[in-house]
Ligand binder design. Structure first.
Ligand code: FES
Ligand SMILES: [Fe+2]
Length: 402
């Protein structure tokens, strides 16, 4: 797959085309030979225990033994252009955050909590400010998080250091997004190592050349793993999305690839073969890639937009989803087409969410102890094995987690 031809193109087709084009040839060959999915290697069937999706104790174990050990998505930072720009970020169960652009290349993340007596400091979702002024007693803090002034300063003979700055959250930038870094120094965590295997792939999307078009939020009444599982197989496309995606997406033929703990599905649209003959440089418009940034961030490369979906676990049966839609700056002239591409996908996504909410309800009442996954769903078994490796670093199997 490394024998790529470099083609420099407009409209977000450039580097990604190099990622896609060897697969395009491969898919064309496969289409003429057989009509089924591609798995990178035979992995057999896999069974996942129902209690992993419904049990609050298991959810609590995930809070303790999973999320604290891995980087957690915070937000994309495309909207933060100028020094002083900020956004607030709220995810249930996590401390509220302020992301502040502190210099030309860097954003800092603070707890959105006033150190004086714990009030919420900033209530706007975005803006540009020289100072954050607490609504409770009007202490003010710079965009770098330092105390500027305490009202009635003379009432405080001293202000110990811990009250003189906002609590900062350890965060690093990668792919135009901010990631909260595990705080336990014993873990000696490196974001470079975490993303090393998939760095080339995600960098090829070139988020720096994209602009945020819009975002959508939705509480889904389902366990977060059911949502992620749905994204990393296309086995359901021809059934569940019979009317929405199936007419354009091949759905029968796709590649499943792992990049360490991360994953990717790549599939052609139906007229790839024709387009390849006529205009080979349009490959990027005729394929779709879905990436899993382990374990709960999905990046979708669609013909006319790119989305980042973040699935934040709220409880065993509730997940907060937030999807950010981007278009390439080179596609500005065809923005309406890009918007249609976003709407088209949002409709299909709603079909997914409704189906998955039904699955969750069924799992809560079924007597069946487990679910079954075939080789067309092999990225799901890998997801569970990778989760188990974090839960049980000494090597117990995922489906034996108690
Ligand atoms: S809690 Fe913020 S100024 Fe008092
Ligand atoms: Fe779907």
């Amino acid at each position: 797959m490394s024998d790529t031809t470099v083609r420099l193109l407009d409209g977000g087709e450039g580097v990604l085309n190099n990622v896609f084009s060897p697969y395009a040839d491969y898919f064309i060959d496969m289409l003429s030979q057989r009509n089924s999915f591609i798995a990178t290697e035979p992995v057999g069937i896999y069974e996942s225990q129902v209690k992993h999706y419904i049990c609050q104790d298991y959810f609590n174990d995930e809070q303790k033994d999973l999320w604290k050990k891995i980087p957690q998505f915070i937000a994309p930072i495309q909207a933060l252009e100028n020094i002083g720009d900020f956004i607030t970020v709220d995810y249930q169960g996590r401390v509220p955050m302020i992301v502040s652009k502190v210099d030309n290349d860097r954003c800092t993340v603070f707890e959105n909590v006033c150190p004086h007596r714990g009030a919420r400091l900033e209530n706007h979702t975005e803006g540009c400010k020289k100072a954050f002024v607490c609504p409770y007693h009007s202490w003010s803090f710079s965009h770098q998080g330092h105390l500027i002034a305490a009202r009635w300063r003379e009432a405080f003979p001293e202000i110990p250091d811990q009250y003189r700055s906002l609590n900062s959250i350890s965060a690093q930038q990668r792919f135009g997004m901010l990631w909260q870094i595990p705080s336990d120094p014993k873990l000696d965590f490196s974001l470079d190592n975490w993303f090393a295997a998939i760095e080339d792939q995600i960098s090829a999307i070139d988020f720096e050349q994209h602009q945020l078009l819009n975002s959508r939020e939705r509480m889904v009444q389902a366990n977060w793993k059911l949502l992620i599982e749905n994204f990393i197989e296309y086995y359901h496309v021809q059934s569940l999305h019979r009317k929405s995606l199936a007419p354009t997406l091949n759905g029968q033929l796709y590649s499943l690839d792992s990049f360490a703990q991360h994953g990717r599905i790549l599939t052609p649209l139906k007229n790839l073969a024709q387009v390849l003959q006529q205009t080979p440089h349009k490959i990027r418009r005729e394929m779709v890639a879905t990436y899993l940034l382990f374990p709960n961030v999905i990046i979708g490369v669609q013909p006319y937009h790119v989305f980042v979906s973040f699935y934040h676990p709220v409880s065993a049966n509730q997940t907060w989803s937030k999807t950010f839609n981007f278009i390439h700056k080179g596609d500005e002239e065809i923005k309406e087409v890009c918007q249609l591409d976003v709407e088209y996908l949002a409709e299909a996504l709603e079909e997914d969410y409704e189906a998955i909410e039904q699955v969750q309800k069924n799992l809560e009442t079924t007597s069946a102890p487990s679910l079954l996954y075939g080789e067309a769903e092999s990225l799901i078994s890998q997801l569970h094995r990778n989760l188990a490796a974090i839960f049980h670093p000494n090597g117990r199997e995922a489906n034996r987690h108690e």
